[in-house]
Design a binder for this molecule. Structure first.
Ligand SMILES: [Zn+2]
Length: 217
């Protein structure tokens, strides 16, 4: 099964990606992992990407696309994969089609984790990160026994800029502008499957696996 996973920030994509990839025995390929592997492996693309990151610039699309192309060409991805973080927009979706076309493959399905904006704000704005050990807590879903103090190491908690209401609102607008057209694009191809991604993590996993069952595994 060749699968792309999409969903707004805070939809629990990373967690679900792990479970789905394991269930269908396909590699989970995230753009973050590809970046890290190239940079730490010292590949030409990694060096190029690092030069942009060190200068505080965004890594250009061409570099990301070249890394995805390399990764999808590796043997473990030959019969299937779960892609997380790529494509992010319609032009990248065309690039993915072109990469797969060169490999003699086609994308089977795009799974969208559906969470409304209010729920995303609730999930993300409640997150608190430990200054000491980095553990992430949640004021509502995973609270510490003492306010703002990590149960694990006793250090103070703080709210990352990424988890502040204003930043979340900006990220949601960005998601809607760039990724929503992607969802429409795959919908028009009949490749889109949406599931309700609210409620307990285990329930979402069950819904995801049910939705994907007919595509393989
Ligand atoms: Zn801690």
């Amino acid at each position: 099964m060749r699968l792309v996973l999409v969903g707004p920030p805070g939809a629990g994509k990373g967690t679900q990606a792990e479970f789905i990839a394991e269930r269908f025995s396909i590699p989970k390929i995230s753009t973050g992992d590809i970046f890290r592997a190239n940079v730490s492996g010292g590949t030409e693309l990694g060096k190029l990407a690092k030069s942009f990151m060190d200068a505080g610039d965004l890594v250009p699309d061409e570099v990301t696309i070249a890394m995805v192309r390399d990764r999808l060409g590796e043997p473990d991805a030959a019969t299937g994969f779960l892609l997380d973080g790529f494509p992010r927009n319609v032009p990248q979706a065309y690039e993915l089609d072109s990469i797969l076309g060169d490999l003699g493959a086609v994308l089977d399905v795009v799974l969208e984790l559906e969470v409304d904006s209010e729920e995303v704000v609730r999930r993300l704005s409640g997150r608190r990160t430990c200054r000491g050990c980095g553990k992430i807590w949640h004021v509502e879903f995973d609270p510490t026994s003492k306010d703002n103090i990590c149960d694990r190491c006793g250090s103070e908690l703080f709210q990352r800029d990424d988890d502040k209401a204003e930043t979340i609102a900006n990220r949601l607008v960005e998601y809607a502008e760039k990724t929503a057209p992607l969802v429409d694009f795959y919908g028009a191809q009949g490749k889109l499957v949406g599931i309700d991604a609210t409620g307990p993590v285990e329930d979402v996993t069950v819904r995801a696996i049910d939705a994907l069952r007919s595509y393989g595994g």
